[in-house]
Structure formats: structure tokens, C-alpha cells
Design a protein around this ligand. Structure first.
Ligand code: PLP
Length: 433
């Protein structure tokens, strides 16, 4: 029996595969399946591979650590990889204030812990989230996540005391905004109305925001909105949690996207590309919040596993040494340049947006009505795979192509991938004429 057939017998379809191929090995931004086919990876396995797959320096660090010891639960006895990594993370995360942090296994677990810390410190229970948000798949993070099918359908009831407000997704707003400022003002007004109509801001422990939405469609909130949001959180004693699990680690042209806002925050959640492909996540926050919790109140068996920690130290060193944030800027500029060439000709590309190499291309059936065109994106993904390019979509409506390629991709292969993408967009367009 072929592995893909065996898979169908013993692994449920709920554990979805975007690409029904079996991976054999990877070389940085290239991937080879078990039939020997080569693919350029624009998915980064959902934003995890900013330093490339099987990065040689990360692999070396892992091998060395594995020969020393593979596990040390930090609650039983300490190890220096955890401490050294935290020393690095508190240094490279935005903000000049005193910080502390904890290590965990997954993005969802980081978000869960940030919620716990916020509730503990504020002695409030409410959490404010946004539509289009994605913060994970555990019951409490699902309560924050926005897309119903497939993420939430059938899994309720969800956490009480979670309140949701509209995200300033200006392109898909209720009206055509003439400027980002107009969009920001409009959505701030809606937020303030929620405080009158639906809930008391003084019961809210924290607001959690993806400053650049990932799963929900690659949408950056206007800076003006974030500034006002920060003022509002301060006014009501609400903590601000910035979720950079997808946008972090050089993807947007800086080590973290929040740096570009110049704003203050209380906690930041990190994951995905943190450890060059190994499972690890973190919550970094203001010292007074983190230190407020009783001894033993946070943690878990595997959080801060030493192999993951050395992988993270090595991945971050690689990012800094190669100034990977600059690669992100150059990649993003090239993607935008190539796609903009066909945007005006295209009937269905309605928006190209993003920061650095975190670019979203939104497809609609009609540029006036902006009706999402998911089928177009699905066709594009399967046809691209046949030509050797692995793509992935996002968006609550599944109508956005997102770029999450390793930031190590060479110009030659970036151009090859963009040639495939651009020519296939025009080819699929013809099918709808
Ligand atoms: C912004 C954001 N937060 C949280 C998560 C959850 O991370 P994980 O899948 O590692 O639990 C994701 C995953 O896509 C994410 O993009």
C-alpha cells in the first residue's frame, strides 16, 4: 500500500493536507518528494522556515546538543540553552523596558499563557479579540480565532468572556475608505461603541492583536489604528498582547513587525520560525506582569526543550549574521513588482498588500463587488504544484495567496517561482473568460 493510501486509513481527514505529496528531503527553499519531484517552497510549511529548511548551521547545533542530552524539563533541573535563549529573546524583542519570558511548545500554548498572565495581573477575565483573527486551535485559543469552517465548527462551547470587534481590514471594509486614516478612525469608533453597547472595558484583561493578520488574510492594521488602540488600552488598564507568531523573525523586513510601529506593548507571543523548524514558542512581556505569578504557576513538560532552544539560538544567529530582514524587503519588492505588472490586466487580482516578504494577493470575482474568488485560488494552488511551485492560501474566504517562502531563497529561484505564478494566473483567468 502506498503511504498516501495508508494515511487515509489511519489518519483522519480533519488533519488536512494542502499538498497531497509525500516529502522526502529539503535543501533550504527547495523540497523533494518521494517520487523525486523538485518544488520551490512558497509556504515555508506555514511560516516556520524563514532560515530555510534543514539549515546547515541549525542542524549542526541540533546534532551537537543531541549528543549531550535530549531533554531536561526545566521544572526538574535547569539548562543553559533555555537561559541563553531567553537572554537573547528579551534583547531582540521590541521595547526598552525590563522584560522576562517563558518558553512553550506551540503558538497556541504561547497565546494561552499570555491570557493566563493577563488575567492574573489584572484580576479581570475578559479578552478582546478581532474578526479575521487566528490565535490557535485549542479550545481557548479557538475562542479567539475567527474562521468558523473548518476551525470552530462543532467544537463549542467556547470560552466565556471573549469579546470580538471588527479588524480594520480597510480593503474589505463596510465602505470604500479614501485613506488609511479614515479607515482607522472608522474602526476605532466601532471599538468605542462596543464599550457602550456590549461590554465594560474595565472588565477586559487584555486585547490580543495580530498587527499583521496571518491566517485571516495578510492584512496590516493602519498604524493610526494601532496608535489609538494603544491609547485606549492604557486609558482602561487593558493589557496589549501582540501576536507575532506568523509575522515575527524577519518576515516583514524587521526582526519583528511591531518595531515598525514604534509603539509600546505589554506582551508579545512568538513561535513558528523561532527555532528553524523545531517546535518552540515564547511569551515575552513586561517584568512586572511576568513576575507577578506564584511559583509553579506557568510551564509544562516540554516547554523550552534543550534541542529546540539550541536550534532557536542558532536560527536567530543566522538571521542576524545574514540580516535576513533585508532579504525579506528585497523578496517582497520583487513579488510586488512582478504581480503589479499583471494586476491592471487581471480581472481577478483585487489587492496586493503586505510588509517585507509577507505579501497577500487577494482574488475576487468582480472588482466592484469584491466577492471572494476561492475557486480561482484553489486552481492556482494545484496547477502551481504541477509546475513545481508550492503555494498556500489564507483569508477567512480562502481567496488570498500568501507568501511565506524561506527568506534564504535565491534570486534565480524567486524569479523562476514568480514566472510560474504570473503565467498561471493569466492561464487560469483564460479558463473563466
Ligand atoms: C498569528 C498566529 N497565532 C497563533 C498561531 C497558532 O500557532 P500553532 O499552530 O503553533 O499553535 C498561529 C498559527 O498559524 C498564528 O498564525
Amino acid at each position: 500500500m502506498k503511504p498516501e493510501e495508508k494515511r487515509d486509513e489511519i489518519i483522519p481527514k480533519a488533519v488536512y493536507n494542502v499538498h497531497k505529496i509525500i516529502m522526502d528531503r529539503a535543501e533550504d527553499f527547495l523540497l523533494y518528494d518521494n517520487l523525486g519531484n523538485e518544488y520551490i517552497d512558497f509556504t515555508g510549511s506555514i511560516g516556520v522556515l524563514n532560515v530555510g529548511n534543514a539549515n546547515k548551521e541549525v542542524a549542526k547545533a541540533i546534532k551537537e546538543q543531541v549528543d549531550k542530552f535530549t531533554h531536561a524539563c526545566f521544572h526538574t533541573y535547569m539548562h543553559t540553552p533555555y537561559i541563553e535563549l531567553m537572554e537573547k529573546l528579551v534583547k531582540i524583542t521590541p521595547g526598552q523596558f525590563d522584560k522576562m519570558g517563558i518558553l512553550l511548545n506551540s503558538g497556541a500554548e504561547a497565546v494561552e499563557n499570555a491570557m493566563k498572565i493577563a488575567r492574573h495581573y489584572t484580576e479581570r477575565s475578559g479578552i478582546l479579540t478581532f474578526d479575521y483573527a487566528f490565535h490557535g486551535r485549542t479550545i481557548s485559543t479557538l475562542s479567539l480565532t475567527s474562521k468558523v469552517n473548518p476551525y470552530k465548527k462543532g467544537f463549542g462551547p467556547f470560552l466565556p468572556e471573549v469579546y470580538r470587534v471588527p479588524y480594520p481590514y480597510c480593503f474589505r471594509g463596510e465602505k470604500d475608505f479614501q485613506s488609511e486614516k479614515e479607515c482607522a478612525d472608522y474602526y476605532i469608533k466601532i471599538l468605542e461603541e462596543h464599550f457602550i453597547k456590549y461590554f465594560d472595558p474595565e472588565t477586559i484583561a487584555a486585547v490580543i492583536i495580530e498587527p499583521l493578520i496571518g491566517e485571516g488574510g495578510f492584512v496590516a492594521a493602519p498604524l493610526e489604528y494601532l496608535k489609538k488602540l494603544r491609547e485606549i488600552t492604557k486609558k482602561y488598564g487593558i493589557l496589549l498582547i501582540v501576536d507575532e507568531i506568523q509575522s515575527g523573525f524577519c518576515r516583514t523586513g524587521t526582526m519583528f513587525y511591531w518595531e515598525q510601529t514604534g509603539l509600546d506593548y505589554d506582551m508579545i507571543t512568538l513561535g513558528k520560525s523561532i527555532a528553524g523548524g523545531l517546535p518552540l514558542s515564547a511569551v515575552i512581556g513586561k517584568k512586572e506582569l511576568m513576575e507577578n505569578i506564584q511559583e509553579g504557576g506557568l510551564g509544562g513538560t516540554f516547554g523550552g526543550n534543550p534541542v529546540s532552544c539550541v536550534a532557536a539560538l542558532s536560527a536567530i544567529k543566522f538571521m542576524e549574521k545574514n540580516e535576513l530582514w533585508n532579504n525579506a524587503k528585497l523578496i517582497g519588492e520583487r513579488v510586488i513588482e512582478r504581480l503589479s505588472e499583471i494586476k491592471t490586466k487581471s480581472k481577478y487580482i483585487a489587492d496586493i498588500r503586505g510588509k517585507g516578504a509577507m505579501i497577500g494577493i487577494e482574488f475576487v470575482k468582480d472588482k466592484r463587488t469584491k466577492e471572494p474568488f476561492k475557486e480561482f485560488v484553489s486552481k492556482l494552488i494545484s496547477k502551481s504544484r504541477e509546475k513545481g511551485l508550492l503555494l498556500i492560501s489564507c483569508g477567512v474566504y480562502g481567496n488570498v495567496i500568501r507568501t511565506l517562502m524561506p527568506l534564504t531563497i535565491s534570486n534565480k529561484y524567486l524569479d523562476k517561482a514568480l514566472d510560474i505564478l504570473v503565467s498561471l494566473i493569466m492561464e487560469v483567468e483564460k479558463e473563466y473568460e
